[in-house]
Design a protein around this ligand. Structure first.
Ligand code: BGP
Length: 479
């Protein structure tokens, strides 16, 4: 039996995370323009529709736009110290290239910040979370076009100036490395993945990286107290077998995952990436000004973590799991969620150690959680969900966070994904629920939108109140 000192530092930022298009609804209210999400009624399953269609659950979502005060009060009841949310670009610049920002949109987020301040909840704001303005996707070709750099910087500058002193933590792009997997959702490139030219994809990545770096520069100029983070998907990739060829394949894929973090942290591209571009015959349009811009590196690295995968060099073993949306092969030693996302709490400790060893910057887990089908029951004291499976998932992951902190990793905080039920990004359905708070809305659009506390609500409140002391060793671990 080992003796453990309390892992989580004082001031650890416990909280939850959401994204505008998955919670707000009111998609055409208050001067808001259309975003790519308005033509993605079925998430990643269908690419897009020409016009918004009625079957898009995101149009009303969970109506956070009108119920934010009630929802934030519930977050406060759990003791949240932080809340990560995103600002809808199209509430501020409806088309993305408008001459002036939309005051009604700016005022909405003022009201959200007022509520957070009331409870002393620290905001963490994602500037762009999978919702490029539709106009920029259709008229400019999305992030392939360098023109988006300036448009994004104008948008970000508007936010930094407006919310100065109220928001200190900013994330430039949600899951920026998702661009290589979902070019429409992450880059506004309205094509199927296989139809995107490599040269366009890598140029879009470069344009986003420059935009992120320039926004970082402006954020510091507007307020030296600002802390800017990049945000990446973290997916440990294990070799499927001990064969060095499999290990090398895992390394190669991992390096590609890490490129975005490397550039954000080091201000330049790693050699293996330049080699990849050379060998593909791609010459990126990189100006001297771009190189200069990239030197504006981030203060911290934030990431989402849901699963790990395996990699093999053997073409015969490339079986794709239902849930492995970012490639890779299912791990034969792990179980999966109902959506095929393989559950790997130890992988989170591995990620934290790898990122820390590599970048030596504070880390922030801004997404993690279990999407599951919940059943609302009457407990006698009102309606609830007995989501012990979610409690087990979160306990096991958070326990590993504690282990990583004890390993010496600097972790700023943890925001559980979808702290209130919301519309899924990949499936655009409501039945994939992550929340501590159940929202009465169903895949067919029915439901009263009433909110109910799940069993995990009380559990998370206790985790926060005890600063992690109530967490139990993961399955199979020494107490
Ligand atoms: C991340 C996204 C989120 C979120 C989450 C869960 O990739 O940043 O927007 O939705 O994954 O994914 P899903 O909603 O597909 O279950």
């Amino acid at each position: 039996m080992t003796t453990r000192t309390p892992a989580f530092p004082e001031g650890f930022l416990w909280g939850g995370a959401t994204a505008a298009n998955q919670i707000e609804g009111a998609y055409d209210v208050g001067g808001k323009g259309l975003s790519i999400q308005d033509v993605m009624p079925h998430g990643l399953q269908t690419l897009s529709t020409q016009e918004p269609t009625d079957d898009n659950l995101k149009h009303e979502a969970i109506d956070f736009y009108h119920r934010y005060a009630e929802d934030i009060a519930l977050f406060a009841e759990m003791g949240f110290r932080t809340y990560r949310f995103s600002i809808a670009w199209t509430r501020i610049f409806p088309n993305g290239d408008d001459a002036e920002p939309n005051e009604e949109g700016l005022a909405f987020y003022d009201r959200v910040l007022d509520e957070l301040e009331k409870y002393g909840i620290e905001p963490v704001v994602t500037i762009s979370h999978y919702e490029t303005p539709l106009h920029l996707a259709r008229e400019y070709g999305g992030w392939r076009n360098r023109a988006l750099i300036d448009l994004y910087v104008t948008y970000a500058t508007t936010l930094f100036e407006r919310y100065k002193g109220r928001v200190r933590h900013w994330l430039t792009f949600n899951e920026i490395n998702a661009l290589f997997h979902f070019p429409f959702m992450a880059g506004g490139i309205e094509l199927n993945r296989d139809d995107v030219e490599d040269a366009d994809l890598y140029q879009a990545a470069h344009n986003e990286l420059v935009a992120s770096a320039l926004a970082t520069k402006v954020a510091r100029r507007v307020d030296p107290e600002n802390k800017i983070g990049c945000m990446v998907i973290a997916v440990p990739r294990y070799g499927l077998t001990p064969d060095p060829a499999d290990q090398r394949k895992a390394q190669e894929e991992t390096q590609l995952d890490f490129v975005f973090g490397d550039v954000h942290v080091r201000g330049q591209y790693p050699g293996h990436y330049l080699r990849l571009l050379r060998e593909k015959g791609i010459e990126l349009d990189i100006t001297d000004a771009d190189r200069e811009a990239l030197r504006n590196t981030v203060d911290f690295v934030s990431f989402s973590y849901y699963m790990s995968v395996c990699e093999s060099a053997d073409p015969a073993r490339q079986t794709k799991g239902e849930g492995n949306v970012v490639g890779g092969i299912p791990n034969p030693t792990l179980e999966a969620s109902e959506w095929g996302w393989q559950i790997d709490p130890v992988g989170l400790r591995i990620v934290l150690n790898d990122f820390w060893d590599r970048w030596q910057l504070p880390l922030f887990i801004v997404e993690n959680g279990l999407g599951a089908k919940d059943v609302l029951v009457d407990s006698g004291e009102g309606k609830t969900v007995e989501d012990d499976y979610r409690i087990a998932y979160l306990n096991d992951h958070l326990y590993q966070v504690g282990e990583a902190i004890t390993d010496g990793v600097d972790v700023l905080g943890y925001t559980a994904w979808g702290c209130i039920d919301l519309v899924s990004a990949s499936k655009a359905e409501l039945s994939k629920r992550y929340g501590f708070i159940y929202v009465d809305r169903n895949d067919d659009g029915s439901g009263t939108l009433a909110r109910y506390r799940k069993r995990s609500f009380d559990w998370y409140r206790d985790v926060i109140a005890s600063n992690g002391a109530v967490l139990r060793p993961s399955h199979g671990e020494d107490a």
